[in-house]
Ligand binder design. Structure first.
Ligand code: AMP
Length: 214
């Protein structure tokens, strides 16, 4: 199954994508995680991406589309994949379509996790990310077992630069201008399913699996 996750920053795409990927045994591909790994490793791509990310802006399409095309061409994606954080613009969605069409494939479902802006702002300030593996937590809704420490790898949890309130405001603006039009794009293709992202995390997860017929 080939899936993409849609939703505002902080809607819970990453957390849900990780769980769904595990349930369906398909790779979870997060462009944000790929960029952050590149920043950590000091690559050229990382240096370029960081300047945009720290300001809450989108990394340009030309740095993003090929990276995803290469990733989904790998063997582990032959049985499907979940894209989390891509596409984020109409040109990215068109580039993805083109790559898939050339292979006689298509996106089966675009899962839209719907959360109003007011809830996003309060959520993001409680978000914590692992400096080691990138796993995300929420101090109230999804706390780690030990405060400030990642359950997966034991590394420190921090408030990401791009989760700080001033950056969140920019990210929401960018989301409404550039990413929200994808909801229509996938609705027209008959691939859109929407879940209420304000529900407790387990319920959101069950609702997603239900919409996927699992
Ligand atoms: P995320 O972890 O998905 O919230 O992404 C964090 C940041 O990485 C975003 O605010 C963007 O700066 C950048 N980013 C991630 N995915 C994309 C994408 N598909 N296109 C452009 N920028 C992206």
């Amino acid at each position: 199954m080939k899936l993409i996750m849609l939703g505002a920053p902080g809607a819970g795409k990453g957390t849900q994508a990780a769980r769904v990927a595990e349930a369906l045994q398909i790779p979870h591909i997060s462009t944000g995680d790929i960029f952050r790994a590149n920043i950590k490793n000091g690559t050229e791509l990382g240096k370029k991406a960081k300047a945009y990310m720290d300001q809450g802006k989108l990394v340009p399409d030309e740095l993003t589309c090929d990276l995803v095309a290469d990733r989904i061409a790998k063997d582990d994606c032959s049985g499907g994949f979940i894209l989390d954080g891509f596409p984020r613009t109409i040109p990215q969605a068109e580039a993805l379509d083109k790559v898939l069409t050339e292979r006689g494939e298509k996106i089966d479902f675009a899962v839209n996790i719907d959360v109003p802006d007011e809830a996003i702002v309060s959520r993001m300030s409680g978000r914590r990310a692992c400096v080691g593996c990138g796993a995300t937590y929420h101090i109230e809704f999804n706390p780690p077992k030990k405060e400030g420490i990642c359950d997966n790898c034991g590394a420190e949890l921090i408030l990401r630069e791009d989760d700080k309130p001033e950056t969140v405001a920019t990210r929401l603006k960018v989301y409404h201008e550039q990413t929200q039009p994808l909801i229509d794009f996938y609705e027209k293709k008959g691939a859109l399913v929407t879940v209420d992202g304000t529900l407790p995390m387990d319920e959101v997860y069950k609702a997603i699996l239900g919409k996927l017929g699992k």
